[in-house]
Design a binder for this molecule. Sequence first.
Ligand code: PLP
Length: 449
Amino acid sequence: MPLTNVQARDLDAVIHPYTPLHKIREIGPLVLDHGKGVYVYDTQGKEYIEGMSGLWCAGLGFGNEELVEAATEQLRRLPYYHLFGGKGMEPAIELAEKLKEIAPCEIDKVLYSSSGSEANDTQIKLIWYYNNAMGRPEKKKIISRVKAYHGVTVMTASLTGLPNNHRDFDLPVANVRHTDCPQYYRFSQPGESEEEFVQRLAGNLRTLIETEGPETIAAMIAEPIMGAGGVVIPPESYFPTIQPILDEHDILLIDDEVICGFGRTGNWFGATTMGMKPATVSVAKQMTAAYAPLSAVMLPKFMVEALEAQSAKIGVFGHGFTYGGHPLGCAIGVKTIEIYQRMDIVGRVRSLAPQFEKRMMALADHPLVGNVRCKGLVGGIELVADKATKRSFEAAQGVGAKVARLGEGHGLILRAIGDTLAVCPPMIISEAELDELFDRTIKALDDGE
Ligand code: PLP
């Protein structure tokens, strides 16, 4: 197909993240123009079901007038202010109060930033600062996991456990250690039960901690369900089994709720769904339903007290972003949570989950599909070259990306992560729209055979 004018302009001026840059002309670009409900429309007027909520974030879909109004009102009243040097504003206060109310663990205060990466980066800085305040400057290493995704800053890309986030970026930095990915389908040994798999991973984690020395390890960071690593849902016993090992060695658990937060897994937070007992929590994405960028770290009292005590010793607390707690994001965040509460987002996800699971699991019979996994309204469809041996396609074949593109032909946007197709529809999706999403998915898979 010849390029449209807007596509040509895009190619001449824009770099696309997470894209094979050498193939961008083959791929598109697909230039979107507007959205309504669970649908987005390109510049030619073609309709797509947004099966990924953008990047796991537009949980209330597109064109929500209440959010537009909340944003407009805030822009008129006070389009910008900051929290530096003791300044404050009502939307930042109200959102922090709401977050404390719904948090998955005891939270004392909230520190704002703009993106998931910034929130996780802040977590690490605060934990280092905290350990310095506690007089243990050697307790600084952070454990993450293979296939984790925590962002793209120097530190958070280091925590991310995906090769292309490290390769040629000179990462990971020191002080980061990766332990196993809890994906039973891919990483279990022949004949190993799920429980044996969990015990082996827990044993490896203990060995890592003991080899490094627990006095050198500050924290472990984990997503309840790994998203960008290919939708990895750990076995139910995984977090309950590793949590005591962390507690025993005084290692804090940082809960990265950037994808799982705000109802996605059938609870307010993925930590509840997966049995995590975190010390601190990072949130972003669905906190504002993606109508504005905003993220936050939610901190327990003992950390807040240590930060305050350290400030008393050394003066100014030297951290903060110009746009951290931006009033536009906070006003939208307050309205978003109000809408989630009014529509009972947790109840809604739980009531749609059985249909989602049924349609997902039915895909397992498709010749291209090796494994299907889902929880709440998030899932992954892993494509394989050989179902019996689980053999993957050669990466160069780009089968996942090809099927995702075929989906676009059928009016469906999914996200290919290697050969796993991620599905994460807006949580406002209706039952009929959900069926339509899966009907289009089947067409894309059939075309991809
Ligand atoms: N953490 C998780 C679990 C994520 O999925 C992401 C992004 O997808 C991030 C952190 C980074 O967020 P951002 O892209 O807003 O920096």
